[in-house]
Design a protein around this ligand. Structure first.
Ligand code: HEC
Ligand code: HEC
Length: 226
């Protein structure tokens, strides 16, 4: 309620060109402070409840095998069908053979903080339907269509970097490896990565195989490449 009220005040003031700059600055600070509090509270809960640091390989052989398994998991998570949505900003990417060159999403698409588009103007679902378009270079589709939350950044990460990210609950929406695998087993957007529509290369392996690899990696102590 408090956030909403402050935001409305900010918007209203924005329209009044005569608004005093002191009042403007004060109101803006209040809105920012309030939302920062909310965000850090959420993260604190996530980090507190999950700690995977005690999970380590039992033997050198487990470590070697585990790193091998991870490198196949990395082939999936770093594939264009996945990273095009797991980006550090609010611009989805167009990358992979289908697009010729890597670029930000055309048509000035902005996900905004909602990660779903500009409310009241242009949402992802303005173009992305519940199923893939059957026209070449038409919009792909799934049950839902949104950019991944901003903490889940996989774009342009090396194998070593992404390995650390996936093990850090503050960067996975509070998920441990089991619930990370669980998400892959049932999520509609993840499933789309293996059914991406006309002319797009699917992610390697399959969702089932990726889940199995994550479970195997967990049993081997979650080693990362050095
Ligand atoms: C104005 C229409 C339009 C809007 C709005 C739109 N998209 Fe798209 N999007 C497209 C089209 C068309 C393509 C396919 C382009 C092609 O195949 O060359 C596409 C492709 C994509 C791809 C690439 C998928 C892949 O890996 O091949 C992603 C990711 C994507 N959109 C995300 C989003 C997100 C997230 C939003 C909302 C923030 C959004 N789009 C809003 C039209 C749109
Ligand atoms: C169209 C955009 C889009 C595409 C394509 C996409 N994701 Fe995501 N991803 C999301 C969104 C949105 C979330 C947040 C969902 C949630 O937290 O409930 C998410 C969250 C996740 C999560 C849980 C987050 C975490 O770190 O624990 C996993 C795992 C995941 N995605 C895997 C994948 C994989 C694997 C692919 C490719 C096969 C993929 N995603 C492709 C949008 C996308």
């Amino acid at each position: 309620m408090k956030i909403k009220a402050s935001l409305i005040v900010v918007t209203t003031l924005g329209c009044l060109l005569l608004a005093g700059s002191m009042v403007w600055a004060n109101t803006e600070t209040t809105a920012t402070e309030t939302s920062t509090e909310v965000v850090s509270e959420t993260n604190a809960v996530a980090v507190e409840t999950i700690d995977q640091s005690s999970i380590v390989p039992k033997t050198e052989a487990d470590k070697t095998k585990g790193v091998e398994v991870w490198s196949d998991i990395y082939k999936v998570l770093s594939h264009p069908r996945c990273v095009n949505c797991h980006v550090p900003d609010d611009r989805p990417r167009w990358s992979g053979k289908h697009y010729g060159k890597t670029q930000v999403h055309g048509m000035n698409v902005q996900a905004t903080a909602t990660r779903m588009g500009k409310p009241g103007e242009q949402m992802c679902t303005t173009c992305h339907a519940k199923t893939n378009s059957d026209v070449p270079h038409g919009p792909p589709g799934a049950e839902v269509w949104a950019l991944a939350p901003v903490e889940m950044i996989w774009w342009d990460k090396s194998s070593k970097e992404l390995c650390a990210i996936v093990k850090d609950p503050s960067k996975t929406g509070g998920r441990d490896i089991s619930s990370f695998a669980e998400h892959i087993s049932h999520d509609a957007l993840v499933a789309w990565g293996w059914n991406p529509g006309l002319g797009r290369e699917p992610a390697p392996f399959s969702a089932e195989k990726t889940v199995a690899m994550l479970e195997q990696w967990l049993a081997l102590g979650l080693p990362c490449p050095e």
